[in-house]
Design a binder for this molecule. Structure first.
Ligand code: NAD
Length: 320
């Protein structure tokens, strides 16, 4: 039986990955500070512990795994990443996790590992035109991410690549672009735009006004978690290391996103654009490299994923 280790398996993407690996008959261990919020974990072994402690990483990585997926990070949406209030924690906690994990992997000669980087590492100056953002993989340098979260991702990408170079690790690195879907955080300050908007629309009555951060003309693309998992495994099981974008290239403005959600809800919603943390002006996944290297890219329309998310969030609200 093949064995996988999912770090951060109490979180959103990690929980979905565990479910997929169990369908594939892997034995799965996970480590996280917390159990999944919205469903029972499917992991065979759940170590509830803090990966900032090197002893925890060593305890979890006590053998050679066929696949290791590293999702653990101190992260959140714009309300968490762009206020500046969490910068020290974001950099310190996530860097320590990655350092400890790699050191423990080296000790056990368990060197096949996936690392989840983020589109937030791309230079701010290439994302100032909302209609023409440049997120081609090679545009990463000279580096100039717009958040400490992005700088930590860039540092850790380089850390994984250095372990590949010097210690013969088989690393895979994806730069995720706004992953969303059922079982993602939808309230409390760490939620991302699609979940926040689905929540606001679900809570609104017909003909209500909802607040939306920024002028609404900032652009993004959003990828449903199912396709994120598919792309991640394709990358992990290929001989290409990346870093490569995993994201949708269906770019929308934030106000267009609201209109799409409103349409799904069948409510008439008016947008009130207010000042709020918003990040770069434009961002879209450039999928040329992933198509070339993996002969794959996401195909599901944004509305398909939004509908799944909206129904799930509506259900969460009803359960409260
Ligand atoms: P998430 O916050 O739901 O999951 C991360 C998990 O890591 C959480 O369950 C958290 O408890 C755990 N964790 C944090 N610190 C820990 C520690 N010290 N020890 C053990 N566990 C710890 O986030 P997610 O959306 O599932 O993202 C997974 C990964 O993908 C993260 O590295 C994130 O930066 C990256 N990413 C996500 C997105 C996205 O849109 N969701 C975009 C780009 C990159």
């Amino acid at each position: 039986m093949k064995k996988a280790l999912v770090l951060g398996g109490g979180g959103f993407i990690g929980s979905h990955m565990i479910r997929k690996l169990k369908e594939e008959n892997f034995w799965v261990r996970t480590v996280d500070l917390k159990y999944p919020e919205f469903s029972e974990t499917k992991a065979d072994d759940f170590i509830r512990a803090d990966l900032r402690d090197p002893a925890v990483a060593r305890e979890a990585i006590d053998q050679k795994f066929d696949e290791i997926y590293q999702f653990a990070a101190d992260m959140g949406g714009a309300g968490f990443v762009f206020t500046g209030e969490n910068d020290a924690d974001i950099m310190h906690n996530s860097a320590l996790i990655n350092i400890n994990v790699l050191e423990a992997c080296l000790r056990r000669n368990s060197k096949k590992i996936f690392y989840s980087s983020s589109a937030c590492m791309y230079p701010e100056h290439n994302q100032s035109d909302p209609l023409n953002p440049n997120c081609e993989e090679v545009s990463a340098y000279p580096a100039n991410p717009d958040s400490e979260y992005g700088w930590e991702k860039l540092f850790s990408e380089r850390l994984y690549l250095a372990f590949a170079r010097n210690y013969n690790f088989d690393v895979s690195i994806a730069r995720y672009h706004n992953i969303f879907g059922p079982e993602g955080t939808w309230q409390g300050g760490r939620e991302k735009a699609p979940a926040a908007i689905c929540r606001k629309v679900a809570l609104a009555n017909d003909n209500d006004v909802i607040d939306v951060w920024g002028d609404g003309k900032q652009t993004r693309s959003f990828l449903i978690v199912d396709e994120c998992i598919e792309g991640t495994q394709k990358l992990m099981r290929s001989n290409f290391s990346g870093p490569v974008n995993i994201g949708s290239d269906e770019m929308v403005t934030i106000n267009e996103l609201v209109h799409k959600v409103a349409k799904i809800s069948k409510k008439n919603i008016t947008i009130n654009n207010i000042k709020g943390p918003e990040g770069v002006r434009g961002r879209n996944s450039d999928n040329r490299l992933i198509k070339q290297k993996l002969n794959w890219s996401p195909i599901k329309p944004l509305s398909w994923g939004l509908e799944k998310s909206y129904i799930w969030i509506e259900d969460q609200i009803l359960k409260k």
